[in-house]
Design a protein around this ligand. Structure first.
Ligand code: MN3
Length: 205
């Protein structure tokens, strides 16, 4: 069985300041993400007969996995994959762009406008109760949807392909924002790398 790695951040720990602070990025990436990856590998090591190249495929096949590791894979495999996406779809605010091309057209035709999409996405992110994520995903019909998942439950396990998402676990914002999740969600728009999101959309549509 392949051993999964926690990828390095594609930018410096302080690159998302002032919207996401360096201290949060360090503990979030180096502690939380690394722990998810380690525990994911630990669970998989109990079933060396499983032979997957991509972690996303494992989440997609969650229901087919051996019962004794299903929960650990759901939690830690989800955490591993979701944080991979999260780091990748963010970037320094000074490189911030807006969605363009095919992704923008799909957002406009699905949600009415980029502004309307933002409003709906924020609302979904704000109504995640407790820990979880809000996602812009492609559903089974390759249609854009906004969805939320509790804990580390994955859109992949629903047959969806996430193209962008926000971690609203308290560990993602509490050091800087304490209980002010809305402020964190609103500032998230300033650090999205729309070029990366647009590419994920093209790769999955
Ligand atoms: Mn997290």
């Amino acid at each position: 069985m392949k051993e999964f790695q926690t990828p390095d951040l594609p930018y410096a720990y302080d690159a998302l300041e002032p919207y996401i602070d360096e201290a949060t990025m360090r503990v979030h990436h180096d502690k939380h993400h690394v722990a998810y990856t380690n525990n994911f590998n630990k669970a998989l090591s109990q079933h060396p007969e499983l032979n997957y190249e991509n972690a996303e495929d494992i989440l997609q096949d969650l229901d087919k996995l051996p019962e004794d590791i299903k929960l650990a894979v759901k939690n830690h495999g989800g955490g591993h994959v979701h944080h991979n996406i999260f780091w990748q779809i963010m970037g320094p605010a000074d490189k911030n762009q807006l969605p363009s091309g095919e992704l923008l057209m799909a957002i406009n035709s699905t949600f009415g406008s980029f502004e309307a999409f933002k409003e709906q996405f924020e609302q979904v992110a704000m109504t995640v109760f407790g820990a979880g994520w809000a996602w812009l995903s492609l559903d089974k019909n390759k249609k854009l949807i906004i969805e939320k998942t509790p804990n580390q439950d994955s859109p992949y396990s629903l047959g969806h392909n996430p193209v962008m998402g926000i971690d609203v676990w308290e560990h993602a914002y509490y050091l800087k924002y304490q209980n002010r999740r809305l402020e964190f969600v609103q500032n998230f728009w300033s650090v999205i790398n729309w070029q990366a999101v647009g590419q994920k959309y093209l790769d999955n549509k």
